[in-house]
Design a binder for this molecule. Structure first.
Ligand code: GLY
Length: 348
């Protein structure tokens, strides 16, 4: 078991280990003496892990009830947030109580957002049960839901009080969903540098899961501690995401996030090289590593079908997009591009 401390505005611990789900009760009790919790989980995770979690919480004297949502992105909605907020209110949840998110990114983002909103903020704990949530969404305090106009358009920065990551829970994941997490881990390796990247190139990721998760979390925490509220440096975590988000949207969210980010990373590395900002060797190494783990590397749509989504990205800065360009492994650069120059930058 390994503990890493996040030095954000409200510091918290991230505990990583194998088979540790059933041991979190006492740690949580010490954070919230006398507190009770509402566990938010989905109908995939509930039959697998809810009982284990409830048992350790109850043994530690923490009262708990579960709020179970249907699995899938559809649940990351204002309607479900409202249901959850009403559930909290009807149960007389107070500020000494807390929410526990048991699941993947949808559960964590939704539960964190409800925690940020209820009584103007109550604490919450992240227990990520997917690789993607372990290496990315459970850490850093971004919470939120989708609107009809787009993904993650309503949300809040709200740091968890604890992240408890038992990577044994990833064993029950569908391999395709697991590879979404691998894509984010490869993104972290491109940002972090040669040591981590060559570990993934030469070793078997599945045999080094704890090291992989730790590398991703340490990278993310370093960036988030410099820019918790995402006004600058944190945007480096969006490597591959500008084109990735466009792929997801163009596919009507049929193409999953990690697969879209994989294609987006190769595409931006290729565009960077074509513009003389990087060499093609970097693009090739990223593509080869993604292929090694069965991830896609070719754009599923012509780039001209993606640029309208990129130009309309609601998270741009005024009329400028900030593209993250991989110049080399461990060296990325932020390049601001006016929206009207996107097509020529992408060589259309
Ligand atoms: N997933 C990117 C971030 O947390 O900033």
């Amino acid at each position: 078991m390994k503990t890493i401390t996040a030095s954000t505005s409200r510091p918290y611990d991230i505990v990583i280990g194998q088979g540790i789900l059933g041991q979190c009760g006492d740690v949580i009790q010490s954070l919230f003496p006398g507190g009770e919790t509402v566990i938010v989980t989905d109908d995939n995770v509930e039959p697998l892990y809810l009982d284990i979690l409830k048992r350790t919480l109850e043994e530690a004297g923490i009262g708990c009830v579960a709020f179970i949502i249907p699995n899938g992105e559809e649940s990351k909605s204002m309607d479900i947030v409202e249901e959850l907020l009403e559930f909290l209110a009807k149960r007389n949840v107070t500020r000494t109580d807390f929410i526990t998110a048991l699941g993947g990114g949808v559960v964590g983002d939704l539960a964190g957002f409800a925690a940020a909103a209820y009584l103007r903020g109550i604490p919450y704990i992240q227990i990520p049960t997917t690789l993607l949530a372990a290496v990315d969404s459970s850490v850093g305090g971004k919470t939120g839901v989708n609107l009809k106009s787009g993904k993650n358009l309503a949300g809040a920065f709200h740091q968890p009080s604890l992240v408890w990551c038992d990577y044994d829970t990833h064993k029950t994941m569908d391999p395709e969903r697991y590879s979404d997490g691998i894509a984010e881990a490869i993104k972290c390796a491109v940002l972090k540098g040669e040591d981590f990247f060559s570990l993934l190139e030469t070793e078997n990721l599945y045999k080094h899961v704890e090291e992989v998760i730790e590398n991703c979390i340490r990278l993310k925490l370093r960036i988030v501690s410099e820019d918790e509220f995402d006004t600058g440096r944190r945007q480096f975590l969006n490597l591959g995401h500008t084109i990735g988000h466009a792929i997801e949207a163009r596919s009507g969210y049929e193409i999953p996030h990690g697969h879209a980010v994989a294609c987006g990373m190769v595409a931006i590395a290729d565009i960077a090289a074509t513009n003389g900002l990087a060499d093609f060797d970097c693009r090739d190494r990223i593509a080869n590593l993604l292929k090694r783990y069965g991830l896609p590397t070719e754009l599923p749509y012509p780039i001209e079908e993606l640029t309208p989504y990129i130009e309309n990205d609601k998270k741009r800065f005024g009329s400028t997009l900030r593209l993250i360009i991989p110049e080399n492994i461990g060296h990325c650069r932020m390049v601001p591009i006016p929206v009207e120059e996107i097509s020529s930058f992408f060589h259309i």
